[in-house]
Write a protein that binds this ligand. Structure first.
Ligand code: FAD
Length: 384
């Protein structure tokens, strides 16, 4: 028996760990495009950017732990090139690697903009931090979570920073307009200039060029304009890739179709039974960890595979504030109750967002998991 995990980051690592935890003793091969051992991404846009932050990106586990304790064969710095589901082979650096069970955990890569940096990898974080160390005037393109964290890191050092955002309300798609407006206020309060409804036409050495002709001078330009699933290597494999973003389309057990093939994490489109099969491709840490672990269990023992019903969760840290979201923003109604923003789908609570209320958000998470009625959630929030 051979388990091959493609993608050596969070979902891939959790896959390997859970395979061993279930007692699987067979071969495990972990294939990673990056040279690095698996490492954690959230700190890259948070503590790592601080002037007194850690100087190195540390891996989750030392190489000896992976090789000796977990018994993993590592193929790092070696992207998988193709998948043949009939032969049950992944080709890595020209070499076929046979699998009985396969976990696809290749995540996503940052959408790029010529002239601008991105922040996805350890190398990206080192470059952004070096620019901040040098006192960069910073322009962030895109007021999403990662861009906002970069702005926060710059302000923490007292550096001038401008965020340019094409939408009129930041994060409207991710968390809805009321919460997006609330989060925009955090930027204003911290002295970050926020240019909303503003299009960027290009980035040159002079700075960031805006529609209308204005140029914002910048030493550091970071594009936080989203990420795309890393599935180029799966084109032509016969797997169903999502028509919009080419992520791997799975069922609720993470099965991607061909025998033994499962996907997990940022790369995977998965219907969630909790929201009546709403199909989600999440770019959240907890989702990648949970799906990675489940995908390996299911790939090794497909008869035990059960639909995953997790409540999605993510957090983000800006200006010393903790933003937390549970559930889904795909809602029929969004209500800001003064403290918590609630999301209704049908007659149930489907989501909640808080700022600096870590205990409260978990109570909403339990309500969403328990399919609590909307009216009850409003009463709990003191809004009815
Ligand atoms: P990834 O972490 O994207 O890893 C995929 C791996 O597969 C990569 O190492 C890639 O090189 C590799 N790969 C790609 N193609 C191939 C190939 N063909 N062959 C082999 N390997 C390949 N989430 C939160 O909930 N809260 C946060 O505060 C938060 N902060 C974040 C900050 C940053 C800067 C970033 C980038 C992400 C943040 N996230 C956060 C999101 C979270 O880190 C991701 O959801 C998580 O890393 C996804 O894990 P993954 O293993 O699915 O994919």
């Amino acid at each position: 028996m051979s388990l091959v995990v493609v993608g050596a980051s969070l979902a891939g690592l959790r896959a390997v760990e859970s395979a061993r935890r279930t007692g699987y003793r067979g071969r495990i091969v972990l294939v990673g495009a990056e040279e690095h051992l698996p490492y954690d991404r959230p700190p890259l846009s948070k503590a790592f950017l601080d002037a007194d932050g850690p100087r190195r990106v540390e891996p989750f586990h030392a190489e000896t732990v992976l090789r000796a304790e977990l018994g993993v064969e590592l193929m790092l710095g070696a992207p998988a090139e193709s998948l043949d589901t009939d032969a049950r082979e992944v080709t890595v650096a020209g070499t076929p690697v046979r699998y009985d069970a396969l976990v696809i955990a290749t995540g996503a890569t940052a959408r790029t903009l010529p002239g601008a940096r991105t922040l996805r990898t350890a190398e990206d974080a080192v470059a952004v931090r070096a620019a901040l160390d040098a006192g960069a005037r910073t322009v962030v393109i895109g007021a999403g979570f990662i861009g906002s964290e970069v702005a926060s890191a710059a302000r923490k050092r007292g550096l001038p920073v401008t965020i340019v955002e094409a939408s009129a309300v930041p994060l409207a798609r991710a968390v809805g307009e009321p919460a997006g407006a609330e989060l925009a206020a955090l930027h204003h309060a911290a002295g970050t200039e926020l240019r909303l409804a503003t299009e960027v036409t290009g980035v040159t050495e002079d700075g960031v060029h805006l529609a209308g002709g204005e140029v914002l001078p910048a030493d550091l330009v970071v594009a936080g304009i989203g990420a795309v699933p890393a599935t180029g290597w799966l084109e032509g494999s016969g797997l169903t890739l999502h028509e919009r973003d080419r992520g791997v389309v799975c069922d609720a057990t993470l099965a991607a179709g061909p025998p033994g093939v499962y996907a997990a994490g940022d790369v995977a489109h998965v219907p969630n039974p909790l929201f009546d099969g709403l199909e989600l491709r999440l770019e959240h840490w907890t989702n990648a960890a949970e799906q990675g672990a489940a995908a390996a269990r299911h790939a090794l023992d497909p008869r035990s595979a059960r639909p995953l019903e997790a409540v999605p969760y993510f957090w983000s840290d800006w200006y010393g504030r903790r933003i937390q979201f549970v559930g889904t923003p795909h809602a029929d109604e969004v209500v800001a109750t003064g403290g918590v923003t609630l999301y209704r789908r049908g007659d149930r609570i489907a989501g909640a967002l808080t700022v600096d209320r870590p205990r409260e958000i978990m109570k909403y998470r339990r309500r969403i998991a328990g399919r609590a009625p909307w009216a009850e959630a409003l009463v709990f929030a003191g809004a009815a």
